[in-house]
Design a protein around this ligand. Structure first.
Ligand code: SF4
Length: 475
């Protein structure tokens, strides 16, 4: 694996496996889980590492990853090593350097680059058009071995959508591929719609072209090179590049570079992604392999302790196949549970404190680390979210953000409470859902949250405002 000159490397302040970032409550270590997959034995290793080297507080992220809070000063290297030893680092294979310093650098770069989002039910979903798991392995191998990924922003991300019913499509990605029905002229040939700086949607009009599934890895590699060749130093993401370059031209350039024929036509221009159902992350649902189910839930506000993580690992080993899948909604799925074990699996999750009902108030709230964990936090968003949960009107979904960075939500929630002082929030309401989902990443500051409908509110006042906005009679 060769490296570009160091001047072309893009620095990062994001936490990673070997880059422990200082936070108010200690170091923060992020563990990327490709496809959200975590084996029970790795969950146990994480629990041990979190108890030994950190505070024992584990967070699930909105990209299906994990992070450990409160890493102790001086424990950074042993923690990273322990996690790597548990198989939680990138897989470099034959490309890994024998020089330990260079090998560590390679691992850090590869870790940053492996931002590939799949449905948590990839390969299991009864409604999927394509099993994306084998293709995802090949894209990950590319991202972990391509020398020029060292020049990419660690936030550069890719979505591979198999058409699953359970899929998070509200996160914008630099590059996305989404399974489409085969073309009428080549029945049986798997193909994917492709888009840049966004996501597929049920509204349509997002796909630039389609490609054969077999061409995706080569096109992805060419897109990385095209982006890096064209982007100025301050253009870190595809959306930055597309301010000065036509998206069709960027894609055509990459396709020509890879020697790939792009498919175009009215069926692609009018293609709409089938609707998703995010409520399927809760409870039990039959899988495509008959007789097996996935069972899922969320820990309140995406946080759990090491005892819960161990309990989860034991449950997955006893009732499933020992694997877990983290969801982009800060929750967990236990796949491959035999039909007869489903009630026991649901009871087990419930007894571990997981929320299993999409309508539960705490299932409709997300909150960032807030002032107890982050120096930028203006309020204790986690505690305030729990207070809000006690009175949250039915049907309302809200996001509490300690500052404008909006770490807990890559999308624009229907309602955002933006902290402005301890226990005080400005309340925003999302504009037209379809428009805001597409435009929010391009808007700056609070404008991305929508229209401000309340200023400097206490949680009680926010509840009143939310009730009025939802048309609920204020008692
Ligand atoms: S949104 Fe702001 S306060 Fe919350 S975790 Fe991110 S930087 Fe910290």
């Amino acid at each position: 694996m060769g490296y570009p000159p160091s001047s072309s490397l893009r620095p990062s302040a994001c936490p990673a496996l070997s880059r422990i970032v200082a936070a108010r409550d200690g170091g923060l270590c992020r563990i990327k889980l490709p496809g959200g997959k975590l084996h029970a034995r790795q969950a146990l290793a994480i629990a041990d590492a979190a108890d030994l080297h950190a505070s024992g507080l584990v967070e699930l992220t909105n990209r299906g990853n994990l992070q450990l809070r409160g890493v102790k000063a001086g424990d950074e290297t042993p923690l990273s090593q322990r996690l790597s030893d548990a198989g939680l680092g990138p897989r470099l294979g034959a490309a890994e350097s024998l020089d330990p310093v260079l090998a560590a650098k390679q691992a850090a770069i590869a870790d940053d680059a492996r931002n590939l989002l799949l449905s948590p039910t990839a390969g299991l979903d009864v409604d999927a058009l394509h099993d994306t798991v084998p293709l995802a392995e090949r894209i990950l191998a590319l991202l972990q071995s391509e020398p020029r990924v060292a020049e990419l922003s660690p936030k550069f991300s890719v979505l591979l959508d198999g058409g699953e019913r359970l899929a998070a499509l509200d996160h914008p990605h630099d590059v996305w591929f989404a399974a489409m029905p085969p073309a009428a002229r080549v029945p049986g040939e798997a193909r994917f719609a492709v888009g840049l700086a966004g996501q597929p949607s049920a509204h349509g009009g997002d796909a630039l072209a389609a490609v054969r599934a077999d061409d995706i890895v080569a096109l992805m590699r060419a897109l990385l090179h095209t982006f890096l060749d064209l982007a100025a130093r301050d253009e870190n993401r595809m959306r930055d590049l597309l301010r000065s370059h036509d998206r069709h031209a960027v894609l055509a350039h990459a396709a020509a570079k890879a020697g790939i024929d792009l498919q175009r036509g009215s069926d692609i221009e009018t293609w709409r992604r089938a609707p998703t159902d995010s409520a399927r992350r809760f409870g039990a649902h039959a899988q495509s392999n008959a007789g097996f189910w996935h069972v899922g839930g969320q820990p309140p506000l995406g946080r759990l302790g090491t005892a819960t993580l161990r309990g989860l690992a034991e449950l997955a080993s006893a009732l499933g196949d020992g694997s877990l899948r983290l969801t982009p909604w800060q929750g967990v799925l236990m796949p491959n549970v035999g039909e007869r074990a489903v009630p026991q699996a649901l009871d087990g999750l419930r007894s571990l404190g997981f929320v299993l009902d999409a309508k539960a108030p705490v299932a409709r709230l997300i909150a960032c680390a807030g002032s107890t964990g982050c120096v930028k936090g203006m309020a204790d968003t986690k505690a305030d979210a729990l207070a809000l949960a006690e009175q949250l009107p039915a049907g309302i979904e809200a996001h509490l953000s300690g500052c404008r960075r909006s770490c807990a939500a890559a999308h624009c929630a229907p309602y955002t409470l933006l902290a402005v002082a301890p226990a005080r929030y400005d309340l925003y309401r999302r504009r037209q859902a379809a428009d805001s989902e597409r435009s929010s990443p391009l808007l700056d500051g609070a404008a991305r949250f929508g229209e401000r409908i309340g200023i400097h509110l206490t949680i009680e006042e926010a509840v009143t405002c939310l009730r009025e906005a939802a048309g609920v009679q204020v008692p």
